[in-house]
Design a binder for this molecule. Sequence first.
Ligand code: WT7
Length: 659
Amino acid sequence: MANSIESTLVETRVFQPPQNFVEQANVAGQASYQALLEAADRDPDAFWAKQAREHLHWTKPFTKVLDESRAPFFEWFGDGELNVSANCLDANLKNGNASKVAIIFESDDGVVKKITYQQLHDRVCQLANGLKALGYKKGERSIIYMPMSIEAVVAMQACARLGITHSVVFGGFSAKSLHERITDVGASLVLTADEQMRGGKAIALKPAVDEALAMGGCEAVRHCIVYKRTGGKIAWDAKRDVWFHDVADKQATTCEPVAVGAEHPLFILYTSGSTGKPKGVQHSSGGYLLWAKLTMQWVFDAKANDIFWCTADVGWVTGHTYIAYGPLAAGLTQIVFEGVPTYPNAGRFWKTIQDQKVSIFYTAPTAIRSLIKTSDADAAVHPKSFDLSSLRLLGSVGEPINPEAWMWYHTNVGGGRCPIVDTWWQTETGGHMITPMPGATPLKPGSCTTRLPGITAAIVDEVGGDVAAGQGGFLVIKRPWPSMIRGIWGDPERYVKSYFPPELGGYYLAGDGAQCDKDGCFWIMGRIDDVLNVSGHRLGTMEVESALVAHEMVAEAAVVGRPDATTGEAIVAFVVLKRTRPEGDEALALGKQLRDWVAKEIGPIAKPKEIRFGDNLPKTRSGKIMRRLLRVVAAGEAITQDISTLENPAILDQLSKPV
Ligand code: WT7
C-alpha cells in the first residue's frame, strides 16, 4: 500500500475537460457542477425531492423525502410508490423510444442480436406473466444464476415488474456459494441456463443449481427456470425444472407493473466482508433507481444517440446499476457482452467498439492492464489498429487505476480526446459516489477526483474528526443518500456494526483508506479491513481461509493480499497441514490441489495465486496470527516491523520462500 500512495501523490498531470466536450455536456463546466453541489448541501431534502420528481415516474407521489427516525436504517421517499421496470421500459415506449434499440447483444462467438425497447418490454412482460402463472408474487425472492444475455436482463426486469426481489449470483461462483445465497435469501425461485459460453468454451451452470438445491435447506424453491443457451445435456427434474421459453413464449406481451413502495427491496446482492460469511446487501426501489438514472446523465453524460458499453457482468453491482437498470432508465442503446476480453484475441474490446460504434466505454483497470501487456506484444490487437473514433467518454471502476494504465487508456483508447471518469463506489453505495463529471472536472490520473452532488464524502480519523489535506484516514459519507444500502439481509446488527460504528457518530464507513489532496481530490489507498480486491472482485481473506480449513488436510490457514501488476492484488495463502510440511514437487502438487479446492468451494475468482506451507504461522504469545507480517513476507519485502511480540520469529524465514 505504501507504494501506491507514493506513486499516486507525486502525480502532477492535470487534464482539463476538452472544450468541445464541455459545450455539449449535461453538466457543463465547473460552475454548473458547483451550483449542483451547493444546492444539494444547502437543502438536501429539497434537492433530492426535485431530482426524484423530475427523473422518476411515481404511481403514488411521495410526500416525505428522508426519514431518519430509525437511523441508521434510513428511508427515502418512503410513502411514494412506483415500479422500476415501468420506469425502465414503459417510460421509453411513451417517450418515443419504442423502436429504438435497447440492447445490442454480442455473443461470445461474435453473433450480434438486437432488441428494441418495445421488444424488450414485451419479453419482460411475457416472462412476468409466466412467473405469475406459476404463482409467484410480490415479496418473494429469486436467485438469478445466468450468463450475460438479454434473458438475464429480462429476468431481472421481470422480477422488478412483479415486486419479486432478485439476488443475482455471478456464474463463476460454485454450487456451495450458490447454496449459501439461496438459503440466506430464502429464495422460492431460481432462474438459470443450461450452460454459458466463455472464450469459446461451454461451461455448465444448471448442474451447479442441481447440486446446490440437493444440499438441503432449499425446500422453499418451487421452480428452476432454465434458459436454453447452448442446448447442452443437463439433468432434469420434471417436478421442479421448466424451460424459460415454455414459461414465457406463449404469454401475453403486456403485464401490468406492480406498484411497490419506494423502500421495497429491488435486489439483494452478496458481497464479501471481513468475516467468512458474505453479506446480502439490500437495495431499495425508488432511491436506487433515482441514482442509477441520475449518474447515467451526470457521470456518463448520457445522450439519446449514445452507444453505451459497460463490460461488467450482471453478477456484480456494476452490472446491476450500469446494465440492467441505469442505461434502460436513461433510454440508451447499450451493448450486453457475453464473452471475455481475450477471445478470439485481445483485440475483442476494440473490435467491438469499432463495429458497434460505441461512444461510452466503461471497464476495469485490471482489464486495461492485461490488454496493455498483450498489445505491447502484438500490434494486431493494439487499440491503434482499430477505428475507435466513435468513443467520446471512457470510464474505470472497481479498483484504483494506476497512473500508467490511465495514461495508456487515455492515449491509446481515448485518442487523447476522451475524458476518463474514474468512478469510486461500492456494492453498498448503489451507484457512483466520487468521480469526475466529464464536462466539468479536471482529471488527475489515478485519482477518482471529487464527490458527486449530494454525496458528503470525507476523510476522517478514528473518532470521526476531519483530517487535513494530504493526511490519510477513513473514507466516510456523512449524510445518507438515496441509493445507499438499506441493510444486510437478515442481519441488522451486522449492518450497524459494519457501516455505522458508534465512534464515527453516524457516518457511513466505506471500509477504504483514502486521502484528499490540496485541490480536494480523493485518492483511494485500499481497504482498511480484511477485504481483498483481486481483478476488481471483492473477496474476504476469512472466506478463503474458511474454504482452506474445510479441506481435510489443512490444520490452519492465513490469507493475505500481495500487490500484483495485473490483478491489483493477488491472494497468497499460508497453510499449515495436519501432516508434516511438504517440500519441493510435493508442495507444488499439494498447492495445486488446494487451489483447485478453493475454486470448487467458492469459485475460480477466489483461487490463491500462491500457497506456501509452514510448520506454523507467525503468532503473538496470545495466539493471534500476525497477518501484517505475512503481508510483508508475501510481498517479498524485508521485515522492518517490531517482531518482539512474536512467539515464533523463526517461522518468518521459512514462510518467506516461495515453493
Ligand atoms: C471496493 C468496492 C464499484 C463497483 C465495483 C466494485 C474499490 C471501487 C474504485 C475506484 C479505487 C475502487 C474500493 C471499494 N473500488 N472503485 N474507482 N478507485 N478503488 O464494487 O465489489 O463492492 O468493491 O472496490 O476498495 O471499497 P465492490
